[in-house]
Design a protein around this ligand. Sequence first.
Ligand SMILES: [Mg+2]
Ligand SMILES: [Zn+2]
Length: 194
Amino acid sequence: MDLGCLGAVDGGNKVGMESSETLRLRAVLFDRDGTLVVDVPYNGDPALVRPMPGARDVLDAVRRRGLATGVVSNQSGLGRGLLDRSQVDSVNARVEQLLGPFDVWEICPHTAADVCSCRKPAPGLVHNACRKLGLEASEVALIGDIGSDVEAAEAAGAVGVLVPTPVTRPEEVAGSRLVAHDLAAAVRLLLEMA
Ligand SMILES: [Mg+2]
Ligand SMILES: [Zn+2]
């Protein structure tokens, strides 16, 4: 299946908008692991941070367009006691060193058992990011590599775009209205809707 440009061809209807409506895009949020950087499970070591292909260029292009950027990340390693906050902070600092500054970071430290309101697919991280950016959720998109990212975006009232990796499950791809084959294509898709 060609994942290149699903959804853009019919004027944004795949995100449930009227064709006359356009996306007023003000910010792009990104999942961290498997989206901006190669997923290293429960990574607490900044030396292991590796950007996904093209991530820096895509982010620079988004920033040049005057759009805010943010990261929304589940870090259940915190809640499991596998990571401490200083390790997560140092990994995030390394992400910014490699990919440039983000306007907002939102981290969920909980495990699924905590049943919090922020762990994706819950919308809390997206809501918090919007509040800090002073934006409506409808002005924000979230790009991620699994279904939970897209679900969190939609639950918050934002637009979700899936960029699958080899570990993304086929049903998550099938269940996502907007799918792109890489970060650059995801941002192009959003800008075409705007
Ligand atoms: Mg991910
Ligand atoms: Zn949480």
